[in-house]
Design a protein around this ligand. Structure first.
Ligand SMILES: NC(=O)c1ccc[n+]([C@@H]2O[C@H](COP(=O)([O-])OP(=O)(O)OC[C@H]3O[C@@H](n4cnc5c(N)ncnc54)[C@H](O)[C@@H]3O)[C@@H](O)[C@H]2O)c1
Ligand SMILES: O=C(O)CC[C@@H](O)C(=O)O
Length: 630
């Protein structure tokens, strides 16, 4: 509590999200045939005045003239304003209540609607300075009290002069007239409030730009509703992630920078320094070296399925959960695989190329139906299993092989070895994950085991196939065709050339890692991953994290949530609880989960606790990261 501080807060577009006179016009002109046109005119006059481009008094006169309101409209306006309290003001209601004696609302708006709104937050009526309406016998609003100092040009500084306030005076507002208070020497600092509206000439004059009240409170160590202002959370999205992700994160209040391509290690090492959230797809390598520079990183999102491009263990050891979108593009991959099987069995890649060269080759040679053919799926995970269901419905006789025991769907037949599957099936589709041990999983020996004339599809990861071996078997005719979507080395952006030993081979479909690249899938992913970030940041929930113990947590109510991430060594939970007991802190709820590397403990405690507890918890041996949610 800083007793020597005084907080002067503007009302329109600061305390509330809107300009009240604009809202009043919408009510009073509801039935007017030119309602929209007049409303636009009123808004434009408001902006001109707020930017300091016309006299305030003139703007007030002109607007009231246009509004044509009656006293009876005020009640409705108050209801509208109640629902338009600025989000960060509503969130920080306890601050307003606790510091009421130090808060003044100084506005060029009107007391008739300001007082009922702000006093509901505990603000004193005697601390509200604003204009008042003048009405006629029919209760029409015909003007304003011109003797009120706030009705004059430069009214706010003039009023402050008469108030003679003492202490450090902080002015928070969105308009040029709020800055004028500081310019006239009646406030120590001017905070340009940009949660609802940003005016370039106003922010140019600000001591601090505060995108929310949280930011102001954080700067003054008075934050009570959010541990960290959201506007300070910077997200970097690489690799052309669908724009919905940016929109969702911005709506949550984060700063977002989107970049179309991947970044190499050196560039990312530099760019990651002030990033809290990183979103990537399959090209960006998130290595230990990059992570060493990621001092502010809170969470990572793979906006795809595969996470082999990320050093998951290094992230866990730094207390950074990694999320992915495990099902969002599954269907897209399956559809492409099926399409490619049909094309390859009809020898279409060659036939299509011949047509472009003017060659008419009407023949059934090397063309087959898929019906009744044996399809072998390697890796019966999400994609493999869904492929088996669709392929079976098209008439394939489906076999699968997986390292671990899986539920066979439909009439699919399990193979007990890779060799058995390769020898049995004439279409082989690879859907293993990209773990390092799978490097060159399909090599010379495996291609030799395949039936003569069979086809091979890889839509999983590039390094799992030895491309020299594949090339050899395509050239010697052991394989009659193949479709490859992923490569050991892939261009970082669409501007880089594609190089591969496979270029120019017969009956070979080459695609640029687009198995999951449908608009539906990319949009699904862009909806899914940001929600994981938001849940993690707001509640600590780690559902769908691929390197963190998965904890789904209830929303925090009237408590503090202590989030402790530690190395998985025995006894830490006991030490946390001993510490809390020593400080007589009541535990409302506790959740713990561990994996091989780390332990994740969430403790909800009742509101009151001494700050020293936090320091002691942070100091516990084995602690990786600690944060508090209010
Ligand atoms: N081309 C694309 O655009 C695209 C799109 C999405 C996913 N993918 C890739 O597709 C692959 C499969 O995705 P998913 O969602 O089905 O993954 P998943 O984790 O659900 O399934 C992978 C399966 O492979 C099995 N497996 C791993 N190594 C194996 C081995 N050596 N032998 C036998 N089985 C093995 C696992 O046990 C698991 O069942 C992943 O590599 C993913 O990165 C590519
Ligand atoms: O979109 C990407 O870059 C990767 C797509 C795919 O390989 C995945 O892992 O989901």
């Amino acid at each position: 509590m800083k007793n020597n501080q005084v907080y002067i807060i503007d009302f329109d577009s600061t305390f509330t999200q809107v300009e009240a006179l604009d809202e009043l016009a919408k009510i009073s002109l509801k039935e007017h045939p030119r309602q929209e046109e007049i409303s636009r005119e009123i808004e434009e006059i408001t902006h001109l005045a707020m930017r300091g481009e016309i006299d305030f008094k003139e703007s007030l006169e002109r607007r009231l003239n246009l509004v044509q309101a009656n006293e009876e409209n005020i009640g409705e306006l108050i209801q509208v304003l109640k629902n338009k309290i600025s989000v960060s003001f509503a969130r920080n209601a306890p601050f307003l209540q606790e510091h009421a004696a130090q808060i003044y609302i100084i506005s060029n708006g009107f007391k008739e609607f300001i007082v009922p709104i702000v006093t509901a937050f505990g603000i004193l009526e005697s601390h509200v300075y604003a204009n008042t309406f003048v009405t006629n016998d029919q209760k029409d609003i015909v003007g304003f009290d011109e003797s009120n100092i706030l009705a004059q040009n430069n009214g706010k500084p003039k009023l402050l002069k008469t108030l003679n306030l003492e202490g450090d005076i902080f002015m928070i507002g969105d308009g040029y007239n709020d800055y004028e208070v500081k310019a006239a020497g009646f406030a120590n600092k001017f905070y340009a409030f940009t949660e609802n509206v940003t005016r370039e000439n106003v922010i140019a004059q600000a001591d601090h730009i505060t995108p929310s009240l949280d930011e102001f409170l954080y700067l003054h160590h008075m934050n009570t509703s959010l541990s960290y202002p959201k506007n300070r959370i910077k997200a970097l999205l690489l690799e052309n992630i669908h724009p919905s992700a940016q929109a969702i994160l911005e709506k949550e209040g984060y700063q977002v920078i989107a970049h179309p391509g991947a970044m190499d290690e050196e560039e990312l090492k530099e760019k990651i320094k002030d990033v809290s959230i990183l979103g990537i797809r399959s090209k960006t390598q998130l290595t230990q070296e990059v992570l060493a520079n990621a001092k502010r990183l809170i969470a990572v999102g793979a906006f795809c399925i595969g996470t082999n491009q990320i050093d998951l263990e290094a992230c866990a050891k730094k207390g950074i959960p990694v999320f992915n979108a495990p099902y969002s593009n599954t269907r897209s991959v399956v559809e492409l695989a099926i399409g490619e099987m049909i094309l390859l069995l009809r020898n279409l890649p060659d036939k299509m190329q011949q047509m472009h060269q003017g060659k008419w080759n009407k023949s059934a040679a090397k063309s087959y139906e898929i019906r009744g053919k044996k399809l072998g799926i390697i890796g019966y995970g999400n994609i493999g299993a869904q492929l088996s269901v669709l392929a079976e419905s098209l008439g394939f006789d489906v076999y699968y092989y997986d390292l671990i025991e899986k539920l066979p769907l439909g009439n699919v037949t399990k193979c007990n070895s890779l060799e058995e599957l390769l020898q049995t099936c004439e279409v082989i589709s690879l859907h293993v994950d990209g773990r390092p041990e799978n490097k060159n999983f399909m090599d010379e020996e495996q291609f030799q085991q395949m039936q003569k004339g069979s086809v091979f599809i890889n839509l999983s990861r590039g390094h799992v196939v030895n491309l020299d071996a594949l090339k050899k078997h395509l050239i010697n005719g052991n394989l009659s065709g193949a479709a490859i979507d992923v490569y050991p080395v892939e261009p970082k952006t669409n501007d880089e050339a594609f190089e591969s030993v496979l270029k120019g081979l017969p009956n070979l479909i080459l695609t640029p890692h687009i198995g999951g690249s449908t608009l539906e899938a990319q949009e699904n992913i862009a909806q899914f991953v940001p929600q994981r970030f938001i849940k993690y940041i707001n509640t600590g929930s780690t559902t769908n994290s691929v390197n963190f113990p998965n904890l789904q947590l209830p929303v925090l109510k009237n408590a503090h949530r202590l989030i402790h991430i530690h190395y998985n060594t025995p006894g830490i939970l006991a030490k946390i609880n001993e510490l809390l007991a020593k400080h007589q802190i009541n535990i409302d709820g506790q959740y713990l989960k561990t994996n091989e590397q780390i332990g994740y403990v969430i403790t909800d405690v009742n509101k009151a606790y001494e700050k020293t507890v936090i320091e002691e918890l942070k100091g516990l041996e084995g602690t990786i990261r600690f944060r508090v949610l209010y």
